[in-house]
Design a protein around this ligand. Structure first.
Ligand code: CAA
Length: 264
């Protein structure tokens, strides 16, 4: 498949099972336009369908930005009716988040603003470089988050901090983002890609069905009451005990050897 606004590398940098996707509009600080969305939808569908690929990493090209937001130049001339009738921004969640059952990590290498911050928060977790800067500056454009910022940011860092970020449009640096639980860890800028690919490779080495199950369980915590979530957790656990990988994993532990996964 050929793309113009992103690049995709399977088994990236020799990491078996790891797909690297890179937003590739560095001159526009990787702003997210309709073409980026269409290409990402295709790339994520291909990742999801390819049984050889088990964890993905999404990052931004250039040294400056993960993504500086939805493309303001593209949105400038659109009328409210266009946004409403097209249900603008809806496919980010419906086509990417909902349809990608396998894990993916955002490697945030610089500005993650507006839609860029929202895209990073769609990932299963974020690893940030020391240079990362997160923010929801839409208010300065006379609008508000539209790709999930007010919801996912609030769930991640709580009401007070999220409200302050959305109302002032200020940026949050990597250290603060780690303290606020927005990111899983912060690494030196030059190590970001290698570190994130290493984490992805660790995930790709795990039993694949258990990986998807763990992702589904953790996500349930955001959608359900505790009682409902605990039931989902137990049922998924019980289903996993019927898998060949459960038999192999427990036998491998007892026999003091590495498990060989079938993904079933
Ligand atoms: N859309 C389109 N183009 C963008 C862009 C965006 N979101 N962000 C940056 N660019 C472009 C700039 O227009 C500029 O292009 P030209 O060279 O053709 O003028 C180029 O990228 C470089 O940007 P700057 O010259 O502005 O770089 P800087 O280092 O001076 O500033 C910045 C960096 C602080 C990130 C600044 O670019 C900025 O504030 N960008 C906009 C951030 C923003 O408001 N994001 C939210 C967008 S709305 C949204 O995302 C809605 C939603 O909820 C989904």
């Amino acid at each position: 498949m050929s793309y113009e606004t992103i690049t995709v590398e399977k088994n990236a940098a020799g990491n078996a099972g790891v797909t690297l996707m890179t937003l590739n509009r560095p001159k526009a600080l990787n702003a997210l336009n309709t073409q980026v969305l269409a290409e990402l939808i295709e790339a994520f569908a291909d990742y999801q369908a390819d049984d050889t690929q088990l964890c993905a990493v999404l990052t931004g090209s250039g040294d400056k930005a993960f993504a500086a937001g939805a493309d303001i130049k593209e949105m400038h001339d659109k009328a409210a009716a266009d946004f409403y009738l097209d249900d603008f921004f809806s496919p980010w969640t419906s086509e990417i988040v909902k349809k990608t059952r396998k894990p993916w990590i955002a490697a945030v290498n610089g500005f993650a603003l507006g839609g860029g911050c929202e895209l990073a928060m769609m990932a299963d977790f974020i690893i940030a470089s020391e240079n990362a800067k997160f923010g929801q500056p839409e208010i300065k454009l006379g609008v508000a988050p539209g790709m999930g910022g007010s919801q996912r940011l609030t769930r991640a860092i709580g009401k007070s901090k999220s409200m302050e970020m959305c109302l002032t449009g200020r940026m949050m640096g990597a250290e603060e983002a780690e303290r606020a639980n927005l990111v899983a860890k912060v690494v030196p800028h030059d190590d970001l890609l290698a570190e994130t690919l290493k984490t992805a490779a660790t995930i790709a080495s795990m039993p694949p069905m258990a990986v998807i199950a763990n992702k589904e369980m953790v996500n349930s915590a955001f959608e359900m009451t505790l009682d409902q979530g605990l039931i989902v957790e137990r049922r998924i656990f019980q289903i996993l005990t019927a898998s060949e990988d459960k038999a192999e994993g427990m036998a491998a532990f007892i026999e003091k050897r590495e498990g060989q996964w079938k993904g079933r």
